[in-house]
Design a protein. Sequence first.
Length: 235
Amino acid sequence: MNTKRILKIVAIIVIVIVILLITYFIIMHFNGFLNKNDVMNRAEVIELLEKGKEYPNYYYSSSDKLIIFFTIDKNKTEYYIKDNIVKCVNNDELLSWKDYNNNEVIEIWSRDNGQKYASINTLEKDDENISSQMGYDYSLISEEETFNTDFEYMGSREYEGRNVILVKVWNKDNLKINSTIFYIDKDTGLIMRRIDYTMMGFIKVDSNRNVKFDSVTDNDVQRPNLDGYEILESK
């Protein structure tokens, strides 16, 4: 096989790889066909997110997927929110229960020997990030100086039956391609989805919040029965 033929084969292989990478990159960064009308600035988006903090009844599960040429399912944690009470569950095991009405917080964990433990404490104001929707952070948008982020309104689209807006933020000292995208429900202000890109945009962590509106009952968020638990701390 002569040198020209080898070089031709290598060139074809390189071209094919480049085409595949470009196709993969486009698919990874496609967020649907967006309506570019009714543009919102950062302040208006923050106001909408603040509205979402007050929504009284919803369920969400942070179902994360790590995508590097293929999808790797990551951990799933569930939250039940009703009337300022938040119950957090992981794999059907209670992790925490917080009542913002009286600032009581209960945390649960267990040991390999089967013994279950609980702590009962007072929830201090400083314990919670002010830029947070019951544990779901949006400080990359609201705290521009702290995180040194640029902001872009991308547009709106329908997502899981809801009208959402998409906004993008990225560090001003970094490449725009390494960005974070938020899907925000236009009516309630709740975050529906978050996408983080790293490694020149070739790695993607897709966090679908799986929000269900007005679905949580009083029974879902009732104070946990701590019979059988060893109480480690109490304030």
